[in-house]
Design a binder for this molecule. Structure first.
Ligand code: DGJ
Length: 545
């Protein structure tokens, strides 16, 4: 053997290792896809068909083990489950991951992925999951205070000790995952839960008062300056009302009222979360997000959880917490389209960790619209273990699972859309037909099913998505919607149905079922997806004069 050869072999071996290592170790991450960002799991885009466990379901492994069969029957591929700081660190510095290990083991045994919800310093504004040694030592771990000085059951985000304690526990959790979850059963982590200050817009502890009287940090001012042309108008209005100063105290820059105080508080929460999230990602780099309790118009911050990751505060949160990939809505309001659209921005992909309580008939329409029209990376009703066994969501998730590769390929490309009947904040349904354009065709979508008595329909539960497969070919997925067609190019051009087939996708292959060119498509007049279940139909159109 020539002397050069061992070196050559070693170099080749290193090269092979270097090429193989990232593939083997590739952790879940986010990747741009057209105009959106997707979650990548095992190297491929992943559509999360999720459900979030009720708060206490993961605190007892026996109780938890009884839930999986039901979750599998609903065709979930991911469960969102809490991890409780108080159980992870029952005594300061002593970590106990028994619940986490049990959760992961059970999820793996049922072929399910996990999103962990870090119930650390805050859970629905409060600090109910802080360990007893934190709760009982208010001198070391100070509380937020109301305007009248009353201490709240809310850890103050202005305390470095609070943040360090949370950060250390979260980092320990992520370090533990890095060691024990090489196959990435855990694909994403939510940091804290529904952060927000109550009952006032901001914390009034001594530390908070001092920070409020100090200058607005330069980092935030620089971010606002860089993004001044595209700031959220509500934030911009506060700044503008003060003359858009480039420096000053919080009250000078954003005004002395509730609005300015909420901006101040959002920065404090955001920085705290950044400290926690960055420490966790340094141990195990998974995508991370925060979730928001939505506010209602006309309600003052503090009456709702002030300063959470809400759309009017996106700019502040994005500047404060760059280790957070996106801000996510928890929606328990009927006006789904209106509220959810606000979370889909070029800098914020959509994921809905709490899509109202499980078991609602509207969930299928919500999911189809979110995935089809908003490029949602996932959907997840809350308290999923309480869904009835025959919840139609199980069928919807089964269809979405079959179609996931196709849907994921079409997200962010302008070749897919979604529709559901809009509902307003008072719950009033507007079920007048919607119009959507895809390719060369305009689709009129009726939410009132023509063949079901009007008083037996819940049109808020009707919706779907539409994918363009070719110039004249589309895939319609939905429930309770009827589609008719016109040319988008030439009003004189008439559009007919060549064929409609039911069918399924298996491993990316279309397997046609029944041909529906008779009564089911009204003899070529429409495409109808009957209410009650989510159907899939492949449509071929043609034009004539
Ligand atoms: C929103 C919270 O994020 C959940 O943990 C749970 O408390 C639900 N609200 C209850 O509706």
């Amino acid at each position: 053997m020539s002397p050069a050869r061992p070196g050559l072999f070693a170099a080749l071996a290193l090269l092979i290792l270097a090429m193989a290592a990232p593939a083997l170790a590739q952790a879940p991450h986010l990747r741009d896809h057209g105009t959106t960002r997707q979650l990548i799991v095992d190297g491929a885009p992943f559509l999360m068909l999720g459900g979030e466990l009720g708060n206490s379901a993961a605190s007892d492994l026996d109780h938890l083990s009884a839930q999986w069969e039901g979750l599998r029957a609903l065709n979930l591929n991911t469960v969102l489950a809490p991890v409780y700081w108080e159980s992870v660190e029952p005594e300061e510095g002593r970590f106990d991951f028994a619940l986490v290990d049990g959760l992961i083991e059970q999820a793996r045994a049922h072929d399910m992925r996990l999103v962990l919800l870090w119930f650390g310093s805050w859970k629905n504004s409060m600090s109910s999951y802080a360990p007893a040694w934190v709760k009982r030592d208010q001198a070391r771990f100070p509380r937020a205070r109301a305007a009248d000085g009353a201490a709240q059951e809310i850890l103050s985000p202005f305390s470095a000790a609070n943040m360090q304690a949370d950060r250390r526990a979260f980092a320990a959790l992520m370090r533990h995952l890095a060691r024990t979850d090489p196959g990435h059963t855990v694909v994403m982590v939510q940091v804290e839960n529904e952060i927000g200050m109550l009952p006032d817009a901001r914390d009034h502890s001594d530390e908070a008062d001092a920070a409020f009287a100090a200058p607005v940090p330069r980092d935030l001012m620089a971010h606002l300056d860089r993004n001044r042309a595209r700031l959220d108008p509500r934030l911009d209005a506060l700044w503008r009302a003060q003359g858009r100063p480039m420096s000053g105290t919080w009250a000078e820059v954003f005004g002395p009222g509730d609005g300015g105080e909420e901006v101040f508080m959002a920065w404090a929460f955001g920085r705290y979360v950044e400290g926690v999230a960055a420490a966790g990602r340094a141990e195990h780099d998974l995508p991370m997000f925060v979730n928001a309790a939505l506010n209602d118009a006309g309600v003052r911050p503090g009456a709702y959880p002030s300063a959470g990751p809400l759309p009017h505060l996106f700019d502040v949160w994005k500047a404060a917490a760059p280790s957070i990939d996106f801000l996510a809505p928890d929606i328990y309001r009927p006006n789904f389209i209106e509220r959810i659209s606000e979370f889909r921005r070029p800098d914020n992909p959509l994921f809905i960790p709490e899509a109202n309580r499980a078991g609602r008939p509207e969930a299928s329409a919500d999911a189809l619209w979110a995935v089809g029209a908003m490029d949602a990376m996932g959907f997840s009703p809350f308290a999923i273990e309480t869904a009835p066994a025959d919840d139609p969501m199980g069928g919807t998730y089964a269809r979405l699972a079959e179609l996931a590769p196709l849907i994921l390929a079409h997200q962010g490309q302008g070749t897919m859309t979604g529709f559901r009947a809009p509902v307003d904040a008072a719950g009033e349904v507007d079920d007048s037909p919607a119009r959507v354009t895809l390719g060369d065709f305009v689709f009129t979508v009726a939410f009132v099913d023509p063949w079901t008595p009007r008083d037996r329909q819940n049109t808020a539960a009707h919706g779907g998505l539409l994918i363009q497969l070719g110039d004249e070919e589309f895939l319609a997925v939905g429930t309770g919607v009827t589609l008719t067609f016109a040319s988008a190019r030439d009003p004189a051009l008439r559009v007919g149905i060549e064929s409609i087939d039911e069918g399924r996708f298996t491993d990316g292959e279309w397997l046609p079922g029944r041909r529906l060119n008779g009564d089911e498509n009204h003899q070529g007049r429409h495409l109808r997806l009957p209410p009650g279940a989510t159907g899939v139909q492949r449509l071929r159109l043609y034009t004539y004069r």
